[in-house]
Write a protein that binds this ligand. Structure first.
Ligand SMILES: [Mn+2]
Length: 299
């Protein structure tokens, strides 16, 4: 029987890596600065834990998947499922996951350089994502891609297949609509906030009065900063793409996603070094963040 969607996090010292989004070179640099060999061995026996969103946007999603899969298969790394990873499992095409379908990523009428998948890459990617848990925990620490929520973690604890759990709740939520007199935004928010797989991998949202433009679409909802009210076990999460220098959590929660997924925008505007958007890893229990450029600081 498959293990459940909430699994035991490694004991001992770990390094928790933010959303990689296909950025293979920053990942290799980060591993080197953390003291890992290129296949993920650390001389002190430390291990890597990824917060999900391994693919999309960056130049080489297949290479990131191959590397992380090799480390997971040999017991040297763990990874939780992110919303981008989930989209591929659900076959939800988005503006930035065309690489998976063999199609170039256009932004502002120019191609963003990316390795494109073929059939065998697609098989490897789905094979990895199908087996990922949505959350990891141990006595002092828990890890999820976007949002920790006890009630939804409980649902995930009793499930073995993220796609099946997603569809089950999707249908339950749809079945609750007749007679409720909800508009499209309210329905969308129910799908976002009441489906455990959605909420754990992409976080809670709320309605806003003035729509904002995001990825070329008008949106009537925005993300909720759930960590401001969170008081549980220390939680490390990704997803929110918070640049260096900005507030990134609370007493009990820390966002390790420093936004490297949008580094293609910096490259396009001519930056070749000293990037503002970084890939970081939180060393635990040291509580030290190490970046792909080799800099580090206590948090
Ligand atoms: Mn994400």
């Amino acid at each position: 029987m498959k293990p459940t969607l909430v699994q035991r996090l490694y004991d001992g010292p770990i390094d928790i890596v933010g959303d990689v989004h296909g950025e293979i070179e920053p990942l290799r640099s980060l591993m080197m600065h953390l003291g890992y060999s290129q296949d993920g061995v650390h001389c002190d026996g430390r291990r890597l834990v990824f917060v999900g969103d391994l693919t999309d946007r960056g130049p080489d999603s297949p290479a990131v998947v191959n590397l992380v899969k090799t480390m997971i298969d040999s017991g040297r790394a763990q990874c939780v499922l992110g919303n981008h990873d989930l989209n591929l499992l659900l076959d939800h095409r988005k503006h930035d996951n065309g690489w998976f379908y063999g199609e170039p990523f256009f932004a502002d009428d120019a191609v963003v350089p990316q390795a494109l998948a073929d059939e065998s890459v697609r098989e490897t990617v789905l094979g990895l994502f199908r087996d990922l848990p949505v959350a990891l925990q141990r006595d002092d620490l828990c890890i999820v891609h976007a949002c920790w929520n006890d009630e939804m973690i409980d649902d995930a604890k009793h499930a073995h297949d993220a796609v099946a759990l997603y569809h089950r709740h999707h249908e339950l939520i749809e079945a609750s609509f007749p007679g409720l007199d909800l508009d499209g935004v309210a329905k969308g928010l129910k799908h976002q906030n009441e489906n455990p797989i959605k909420k754990l991998t992409s976080g809670p949202e709320e309605r806003i009065d003035k729509p904002i433009e995001s990825s070329g679409k008008l949106r009537f909802e925005k993300r909720v900063q759930w960590w401001k009210d969170y008081q549980g076990k220390f939680c490390v999460f990704g997803h929110y793409s918070i640049p260096y220098g900005e507030p990134r959590g609370s007493e009990s929660a820390f966002c390790v996603d420093y936004g490297v997924g949008k580094r293609w925008q910096e490259r396009r505007s001519g930056t070749t070094a000293g990037f503002r958007l970084k890939l970081g890893a939180l060393r635990w229990p040291e509580r030290k963040i190490v970046f792909d450029d080799g800099t580090s600081e206590l948090v």
